[in-house]
Each structure stands twice: as C-alpha cells, then as structure tokens.
Design a protein around this ligand. Structure first.
Ligand SMILES: C[S@@+](CC[C@H](N)C(=O)[O-])C[C@H]1O[C@@H](n2cnc3c(N)ncnc32)[C@H](O)[C@@H]1O
Length: 217
C-alpha cells in the first residue's frame, strides 16, 4: 500500500481495524509464549492499538512503529499521556512510560533499532500489506529481530477472490514459507469468524483467524 493510502485512512477516520479493547487472542495466547516479564515487545504497524497498553500493563516495554502521526497523537491523547519526543535516523520517537512509538517507516528499521526487542506482536500488520510488501515484511524486516526472539502472529484467511484487501488473506503456506527459514512456527489456534462478528471481513464468504507462535532460531 502506498503510504498516502494509510495517511488518508487516518485523516478520514476510516479506521475500522481499530479495536476498542485489547485483542482477546493476544490475551489468550501471550503467556504461552514464555516471554520474560520485563522483555521489550516490538509492535510493527501499531496504529493506536490498545494492545500496546495491555502489553505494557503486563510489564513489557513496548516499541511501536507507525506511519501516521495522527495515530500516534491519538494514542497518547487517549491515554492522557504526554510523550517525550526525540529524533533519530529512524524517525521521530514518542515515549511515555513504558511505551515508545516511532513515527516512521517500519521497513527502515534495522537490527540496531530492534536489538533489545525480545518479542514481537503482529495483529493487523502482515495482513494489512499486499503480497510484495508481505514478502519484504517477513523476509527483510523480521530478520532484523534478534535470535531467540519470540512472536505472536494473528492472520486472517478468506477466499481472496471474494474481495480486495486490506485486510488481505494470508494463507498458512505463505506464513510457513515467509518465516520458515529463520523462525520456528507453531499454529496455536484456527477459528472461524461468524458473519455477525465485528472481526468478520465484509464481502468475504467465510473468514478464519489463525494464531501462530514464532520463535527465531
Ligand atoms: C490495519 S492497521 C493496524 C493497526 C494496529 N496493528 C491495530 O491492530 O489496530 C495498519 C497500520 O499500519 C500503518 N502502516 C502501514 N504501513 C506502514 C509502514 N510501512 N510503516 C509503519 N506503519 C505502517 C498504517 O498507518 C496503519 O495504522
């Protein structure tokens, strides 16, 4: 997706992906990953997700990255936090308490930027990207994370011919091919989303959500 696409979505408040509560599948599966309590968690393409606040409440420092300055401003406003601001080669860093969000391009982050991230959480990040960018996300961004890093990945699967993304359908074989050379992948849960559920993808004939645990070799 061109960055303008996302800037427009935020400017027009077309943020149907944003959830008013933390992701239940994060709350259900996080503990089983075994991430040490004080370990930093990377949240790529973070928007203003409440998952960052939930992870911080578990004791984790959080590092988000987000293209939209509006999203970042709304996150801190809505949590009544006034962030400290600094610049780096990765963008503008906003930090309040345990939560730091880089206003910048996730694809510009390197191993130095992510060196102390012991875990990664992806909800609505991989599936927000069209196929070529997904290859870059899995094949170029994730390898910047340190060895032994753990991750929780939540995807959607539906017949892609039913509608265009985002969100895109990301089949299990694409996840296994995309991450398999550097990460061990364990399917934690596959669940059908009923049409009346807010997480259902409009225009799709059926939708599954799939949760994977990742472990960087
Ligand atoms: C579908 S939203 C999901 C946000 C969040 N993960 C959530 O669960 O609410 C995708 C977000 O990624 C951001 N984004 C897209 N491409 C990006 C990039 N290359 N670098 C950083 N953020 C990006 C968009 O601005 C948007 O807020």
């Amino acid at each position: 997706m061109h960055p303008d696409f996302w800037q427009q979505r935020w400017a027009n408040n077309q943020i149907g992906f944003h959830q008013a509560t933390p992701t239940p599948l994060l709350q259900k599966h996080w503990a089983a990953l075994g991430v040490p309590a004080a370990a930093k968690v990377f949240v790529p393409l973070c928007g203003k997700t409440l998952d960052m606040a939930w992870l911080a409440a578990q004791g984790h420092p959080v590092l988000g990255v987000e293209l939209s300055q509006l999203a970042i401003a709304q996150f801190f406003d809505e949590h009544a936090l006034t962030p400290d601001i600094r610049q780096s080669r990765y963008g503008t860093h906003y930090r309040a308490g345990a939560i730091e969000i880089i206003h910048g391009d996730a694809f510009a982050l390197d191993a130095h930027a992510l060196a102390d991230c012991a875990a990664v959480f992806d909800r609505a990040a991989l599936i927000a990207l069209p196929p070529a960018l997904r290859q870059r996300y899995m094949g170029a961004l994730y390898p910047q994370l340190p060895s032994a890093c753990r991750g929780l990945l939540i995807t959607l699967e539906y017949p892609q011919q039913d509608r265009d993304g985002p969100p895109f359908s990301v089949p299990e074989d694409e996840v296994r091919t995309g991450y398999g050379s550097h990460w061990d992948i364990a399917l934690q849960e596959r669940r059908s989303i009923p049409p009346e559920h807010p997480g259902f993808v409009n225009g799709a004939s059926r939708v599954d959500t799939v949760v994977y645990a990742l472990h960087r070799r």
